[in-house]
Design a protein around this ligand. Sequence first.
Ligand SMILES: [Mn+2]
Length: 269
Amino acid sequence: MTRVLGTRIEPLRAVAERALLVSDLHIGSDGGAALAHLRWAIAAAAAQRATLLVLGDLFDSYVSRAQVRHGVWREVAGLFARAVADGVPVAMLVGNRDFLLGDEFVAASRVQLSRGGLRGVLGGVDTLLLHGDELCQNDLPYQRAKRWLRQPWLRWLARHLPLRLAFAVAEKARRKSRMVVATGDQTRFLPSRAAVAAAFGNGASRLVFGHIHRRAHGRLGGGEYWVLPAGDAEAIGVWLAAGEARLVRLSAGGDLTPEPTPPECPLSA
Ligand SMILES: [Mn+2]
C-alpha cells in the first residue's frame, strides 16, 4: 500500500483493457440528470465491454450507513450490482462529499470501493486515479478540515446517525461549503504544480482526477493528466483504450461521442 499526498493508493482489482471514467455526479435525493448520466455511463461501459470507474463525489452527500437501504442510494447500489452481475466491473473512489461510504455500500453494490486512490493498468497505461482534493494543497482551510473530519471516532459517529439526523447534518455541511467556496481567492481551489508532480512521483505515467469541476488535459514532467468535469452538469467521461485517452460525451443509448481535447489545467504555484 503506497501513499500519495496522504492518500492511500489501492491496486485496481479489475483488468481494464477499456475503461470509462466519470466523476463528481453529485447524485442527490431526487436523482435527476446526474442519475440519468450514471445510467448512460453504465450502458456505455456494458456496450463497450469496459470497466466503469467513478472518481468520487458520486453522491451529493452520504453520511449514515442507513442510507444504503433508502431512496436514491439504494437505487444506485442496485444499478451497480446489476452491472457487475452482467459482467461490467465497477470501481469507485470516495470524494469529499461521500467519504463516509463504507462496507454496507460495497455489500449492496458489489463495486470495488477505495477510500483513497486507485492504481492500475487502464487501456495499457499505468494510471493513477485520485478524487483530486488532495492535489489542491493551497486550500489550507479545506486540508485542515479534511484531516479533522476523517478521524475514526467522528466517522463512526456519523455513520451510526439515524437517517433524519444524517440528512440534517449533510444539509448543514453543504450550506457551509457553498458559502466558503463563494468567498476568497479562487486560485486556492486549483491543484498545485508540486502536488501534481508528487502524484506522478509514484511512477504512474497517467493521472486522472475530478473534484475541480472542469475539463482539462495536460502534461507535467513525463506524465499526462486528465481532469473530468462535474458529471451532473455535463454528461462527459474519459475513455481509455489501447494506449489512447480522450474525452467523450455520454448519451441515453449508451453511445460515446468524441469531444475536443480540452485546454491545460491552470496549476497554482
Ligand atoms: Mn469533490
